[in-house]
Design a protein. Sequence first.
Length: 181
Amino acid sequence: MTLKIESRTTVRLNLQKLTEHIHSVLETIPREHLRGVSKLVLVDYVTDSRLDPQTRRELPGLYHPRMPGSPHAWLEIALKPLTPEGSFWKRLSARLALKANVTATLLSLIAQHYYLTLSHGVRKGQYEQAIRSYVDRQLSIYARTRKGWRARLIRPFLPWLEKLARWLQKKYHQQARQRRA
């Protein structure tokens, strides 16, 4: 079952390129992780009435689980929070980071679906960490499938960058422990 992509947005973007990008991300996801998801809807803002208005304006995506009245779960990605208004530089940086933000949002929504419906053995307090690790793992898998010139340029340096990231994370945790003590 393929994921149907609907566009209900008024954001001025090249939606054809955005849907192609979404399809390229979905190709790296195992098919069984998407079992039960029927569609992905691109909207301006999340319109769920259960959320307060301020949260709706800032939320980049929302997972709608399968409810008794609907046969399938579906995903909703809001593009206005990912493309903020403001100065020229803020808009430019948001446009340059749009694909990365859409990718991370999409993967987090898929991870929510996977861990809430298909995965067993994850406790309620462990969902956030499990979703983060899922997104990190799938982002690295997606990055390895890229074939552009930027990917080819960065790929030889990835082991050193990952080692640097681990070292920085270790230093951060040490400083946090020292502040608590």
